[in-house]
Write a protein that binds this ligand. Structure first.
Ligand SMILES: O=c1ccn([C@@H]2O[C@H](COP(=O)(O)O)[C@@H](O)[C@H]2O)c(=O)[nH]1
Length: 220
């Protein structure tokens, strides 16, 4: 998944075109959605699957309604923040169930969170179990937490992993990072990559490089 963390529709659609069909999913986050809204989602959905990464975190009723609105946009994935608790997650799951084509996932611990990695692993696992019990399809977590989450929640429980860096790239604000091959080896289902691709001199080449590293880790 390439994160379209750019300022406006022109920049987003230019990146979308550069990626072409070599990338299946594009992620629309806070910056772009606040700037361009549902119209941009509709434009991106014409060519790619869309993960709407807005991390809803509010009272249960409000989050359930937001999930419903995301479902009406037709996106293939949307997320909430597991920090909202069991009642909020359950309300979100009930709402999401009305849209079978949309995966509902929960952010466990942000990959930028400065808490020690051992503590993040414990909290992420606890929140993943809560998300599974509430009926969600999976979680956003760092690569370092994937194995334990899959072990506890099942192989089908989706893990989406941002914080992807390779070849000595700057971690920037990310704290728990891994490279594309490591993410595949850990069992991650979807890798989210933003700046290493969208700020590269040649974004398409950077995406191809990440995919080559992913393929190198696939055991047939
Ligand atoms: O824990 C999280 C949850 C979401 N993200 C999002 O993923 C991308 C990562 O961007 P990079 O530029 O590759 O760091 C970005 O859109 C975040 O909002 C995350 O990083 N960590």
């Amino acid at each position: 998944m390439v994160a379209l963390d750019v300022a406006d529709a022109d920049a987003a659609l230019a990146l979308r075109d550069q990626m072409g069909d070599s990338v299946g999913w594009l992620k629309i986050g806070l910056r772009l959605f606040v700037a361009e809204g549902p119209q941009l989602v509709a434009a991106v959905r014409k060519t790619h699957k869309v993960f709407l990464d807005l991390k809803f975190h509010d009272i249960p009723n409000t989050v359930a309604q937001a999930v419903e609105s995301a479902g009406r946009l037709g996106v293939e994935m949307v997320n909430v923040h597991a920090g909202g608790g069991m009642e909020m997650l359950t309300a979100a799951a009930q709402s999401g169930a009305r849209f079978p084509g949309m995966k509902l996932i929960a952010v466990t611990v942000l990959t930028s969170d400065p808490m020690p990695a051992a503590e993040a692993a414990v909290v992420a696992l606890e929140r993943a179990k809560m998300a599974r019990d509430a009926g969600l399809d999976g979680v956003v977590c760092s690569v370092h937490e994937v194995e334990a989450i899959k072990h506890a929640c099942g192989a089908d429980f989706i893990t989406v992993t941002p914080g992807i860096r390779w070849g000595g790239q700057d971690q920037q604000d990310q704290k728990r990072v891994a490279d594309p091959a490591g993410a595949i080896r850990a069992g991650s289902d979807y890798l989210v990559v933003g700046r290493p691709i969208i700020q590269a001199e040649d974004p398409h080449a950077a995406a191809m490089q990440a995919q080559a590293m992913m393929r190198s880790a696939v055991v047939l």
